[in-house]
Design a protein around this ligand. Structure first.
Ligand code: DGL
Length: 272
């Protein structure tokens, strides 16, 4: 049975995963994509691992029911808390997750000082500890959770005073430590790269892992011989309000697209 014309399933706690989706669209314009934003539960960052695992399992079941041929966990927090659980729960499904880009940062830094912006659950996860242990040798990492930034981006506030305040509070102390690289360990944060770059200056490198994730998805689909030549459609599903997601799609991606709203029946089940 050919899965070529099946969609790629993508999910995030909210709109963050759209930073991965836009790279996938550029790289694979003939692929159908179904994007799920869990606005009904965002933010995931402060939540327990168990809750994030339950939500991720429920969303994966929903995306598989839509015939997704591969699942992209376009959320660092869900990847940290739930990727291992998902691979154990769905052993026959291919998953691509996020990993804080400490490796490229460590390879590129000249000062040996790197800032990492991510959520608390990402920093607490075994995945981040493993990435640091494997790749950060000799590099000093400065971490910040940018508390409240996910919510500002969910509201489309990419340039407002509160967004700027959160980022300046996170980045100024790192600049004083002479960082020359910033790792975006949350898929929401690429949407405020212009503001981040303005705060840190052009000499500081900002690393967004989304392009690398999109390339990995393409590699896996090609390896499986499941490329779609006749697709190109994107469906946007939300567990929140469809009209507010439609507005944010315009703000973040400049697209005018319908969104479909679904309801959670429990922490692990979305109503069909
Ligand atoms: N986009 C999610 C990430 O990459 C944000 C998590 C949250 O909802 O707090 O971690």
């Amino acid at each position: 049975m050919s899965f070529s014309n099946h969609p790629i399933g993508v999910f995030d706690s909210g709109v963050g995963g759209l930073s991965v989706l836009r790279e996938m669209r550029a790289l694979m314009p003939r692929e159908d994509i179904i994007y799920f934003g869990d606005q009904g539960h965002v933010p995931y960052g402060p939540r327990s691992m168990k809750q994030i695992q339950d939500f991720s399992e429920g969303i994966t079941n929903y995306l598989l029911a839509q015939n997704s041929k591969i699942i992209v966990v376009a959320c660092n927090t869900a990847s940290a808390a739930a990727l291992k659980h998902l691979r154990e729960t769905f052993p026959n499904v291919q998953f691509v997750g996020m990993e804080p880009a400490v490796k490229p940062a460590a390879e590129k830094t000249q000062t040996g000082k790197v800032g990492v912006l991510a959520t608390p659950a990402t920093f607490q996860g075994a995945l981040y500890a493993s990435v640091v242990e494997r790749f950060a040798n000799g590099v000093e990492l400065f971490q910040n959770t940018c508390s409240g930034l996910v919510q500002q981006i969910e509201m489309g506030n990419l340039h407002g005073d509160e967004t700027r305040r959160i980022l300046e509070n996170a980045l100024h102390p790192m600049l004083e430590k002479n960082i020359d690289t910033v790792v975006l360990g949350c898929t929401h944060y690429p949407f405020v790269i212009p503001l981040i770059q303005k705060i840190v200056g052009e000499k500081v490198r900002v690393i967004d892992p989304a392009p690398a994730v999109a390339r990995q998805v393409k590699r896996l689909i090609e390896a499986g011989g499941a490329e779609n030549q006749n697709g190109g459609r994107v469906r946007f599903i939300t567990s929140g309000e469809a009209d507010s997601v439609q507005r944010i799609l315009s703000t973040l991606l400049g697209i005018d697209s319908e969104a479909e709203s679904v309801m959670w029946k429990s922490d692990r089940e979305i109503a069909a």
